[in-house]
Design a protein around this ligand. Structure first.
Ligand code: GLY
Length: 572
């Protein structure tokens, strides 16, 4: 009897997911209650790799419906906002790097923005000490969300109507989906924060989530419907904006209706550079990702790292030293270039990067104190998410998007069902003083109204003979640029398979603290050799969740999802 009841429930839910109320043909046919996680695929027509199997499946269904890679990236992001609520979002922000089939390169900035009432010292108490709890959780930690503006701005490069791209997310929110084991434990760990930072009970508020439980998000579905029906104004104006204002009032937040109305995604010139015949296309400021990757790759270019070997002490030492130097520059010079003159050309000039390596010693650690007089740098939140997409015509899209911390500010907009970000913490909350994660900065990344906080997100496309070769990115806070750097070096220099480049061990150095953070899989012999050279080696948990698409010489597409999470590769 119980089985029969479950069967009836299951059939009706699958059916309702496949048939949308607004436009039957617009929704995709996937089973959100029974799905598996595929880590790799080789295919010909297109692929999507993202943090959740259902989101990757949605993206591929959109490709099958005739959408291009941008359509698929939009639909995948929207699906992630439903099925991966700790980082997928409509209340956060992100960056898109794309190469279109006509060769056009795109960098779209939809990073959150400091509200008009924000000011430089807003997270300092009367003694001038930082109040980390205010910049990291609750209403005051949120920047003006950028994601919805970004999705609409990227839609100019898409083929299908927006309502078709958003409908799968609406269906998943309205009818529910079965959560994964990781999600169950993540939701369980969130319950206290939900109580602390919400007055209106959110859909996730429930004790004892278990794998396979259904998550239904009715308020979120209604918000997505308003976006479907009214476009960008369905989020930044009208009912959703009103609900955000009510939430701000309840928690003393400072985002205003004017802030919402004024938010704009910005098309920027991608940050590009050449490396041994490859053209690398990355994100410019306000993400440090493209510039850091440029600096690190150029500092190794003439050192024949390929011969040293993957995870050899020599290669790790060289990569650590260039990571150290790039991150010292990040702390000092990088921020929103619309507000601070970032010396980009100087920082990536050959002359400067050669000089930067003048005190590099291949058998000895260079102490960070010799690179820059020490201001403490450290960790950023690592809960971000990346998706890589390609289609049969060679449109390639890399998107990294975030709420900053896991579940952002932990505040769900009452009645609207989505988490607000806590991205304000990515500013330097007191120039020169590290925030709770240790992220340091100076004037370049100080808070100003309308300014966008410095990011590490590194959505990247590598072109070979002017055609996409790699589409790559990862979450991981400050470890993002170093993970992307290592993945590209693993493939281009160490000739590693895509799978090994994604799955095998990664490490990270960020100037200060002066230590190499290492995944456990790095062999003991390498650690010992590094210690002998003077490095402090520190074990840490998984680094990033890298998603890579590689185009093979016969133009077949290889897509690999990271094994460090529920990430999934889908294609056709
Ligand atoms: N919030 C993480 C980043 O933007 O780098």
């Amino acid at each position: 009897m119980k089985k029969f009841f479950l069967f009836l429930l299951f059939s009706s839910l699958v059916f309702s997911c496949a048939v949308s109320e607004k436009n039957k043909s617009s929704s995709v046919s996937i089973n959100p209650f029974q799905y598996s996680t595929q880590k790799t695929i080789t295919c010909s027509n297109g692929a999507v790799v993202s943090a959740h199997p259902l989101a990757s499946k949605v993206g591929v269904e959109i490709l099958k419906m005739g959408g291009n890679a941008v359509d698929a990236a939009i639909a995948t992001q929207l699906a992630l906002a439903v099925v991966y609520p700790n980082a997928g979002n409509i209340g956060g922000g992100g960056f898109m790097v794309a190469r279109l089939s006509d060769g056009k390169l795109i960098a779209l900035d939809y990073r959150e923005m400091a509200p008009g009432r924000a000011h430089r010292d807003m997270y300092l108490n009367e003694k001038g000490d930082p109040m980390h709890e205010k910049s990291q959780e609750g209403h005051l930690s949120s920047g003006v969300p950028g994601t919805v503006a970004g999705l609409f701005s990227s839609h100019q490069y898409a083929k299908l109507p927006f309502e078709k791209l958003i409908q799968p997310a609406i269906d998943l929110a309205e009818n529910g989906f079965a959560i994964t084991e990781r999600e169950a434990s993540s939701f369980n760990a969130l319950q206290n924060d939900l109580k602390n930072y919400n007055t209106v009970t959110p859909a996730l508020a429930k004790e004892n989530w278990k794998k396979g439980d259904t998550l239904i998000q009715t308020d979120l579905a209604n918000t997505l419907k308003r976006i479907r029906d009214k476009g960008q104004a369905g989020f930044y104006e009208g009912e959703t904006a009103r609900l955000i204002m009510e939430e701000m009032k309840r928690g003393n937040g400072i985002i205003t209706l004017e802030d919402l109305k004024n938010y704009k995604a910005i098309s920027r010139e991608p940050h590009t550079f050449n490396y041994k015949g490859y053209k690398i296309v990355g994100m410019p400021m306000p993400s440090s990702g493209g510039l850091l990757l440029n600096q690190m790759m150029k500092m190794i270019e003439d050192r024949d790292i390929g011969k040293m070997g993957f995870l050899s002490p020599q290669a790790m030492q060289l990569m650590t030293e260039v990571e150290r130097r790039a991150f010292a520059d990040r702390a000092r010079y990088m921020g929103d270039a619309d507000f601070y003159k970032v010396p980009v050309a100087m920082l990536c000039s050959d002359k400067y990067l050669q000089e930067r390596m003048f005190n590099y010693d291949p058998v000895k650690a260079t102490p960070s104190s010799m690179i820059q007089p020490g201001k403490l740098a450290g960790y950023e939140s690592e809960e971000t998410t990346h998706l890589s997409v390609i289609d049969k015509d060679g449109n390639a899209v890399a998107v990294t998007t975030t709420l900053n911390d896991s579940y952002g500010s932990k505040t769900v907009v009452g009645g609207a069902g989505f988490f607000l970000n806590d991205e304000m913490d990515d500013f330097s909350i007191k120039p020169g003083v590290p925030n709770m994660y240790g992220a340091v900065g100076g004037e370049a990344n100080a808070i100003k109204p309308g300014k966008r906080m410095l990011s590490s997100m590194t959505p990247t496309i590598v072109l070979k003979d002017n055609y996409p070769y790699l589409v790559v990115g990862t979450p991981g806070g400050t470890t993002i640029p170093t993970s992307v750097f290592q993945t590209i070096v693993d493939i281009i220099e160490f000739n590693m398979s895509t799978q090994d480049a994604v799955w095998k061990a990664k490490f990270h150095h960020q100037w200060l603290p002066d230590e190499i953070m290492i995944e456990r899989a790095v062999p003991e012999a390498t650690r010992e050799a590094l210690r002998k050279m003077g490095y402090t080696v520190k074990d840490r948990g998984p680094i990033g969740r890298t998603e890579v698409i590689k185009v093979l010489p016969d133009k077949k597409i290889e897509a690999v999802a990271d094994v460090r999470g529920d990430d999934a590769a889908e294609g056709w």
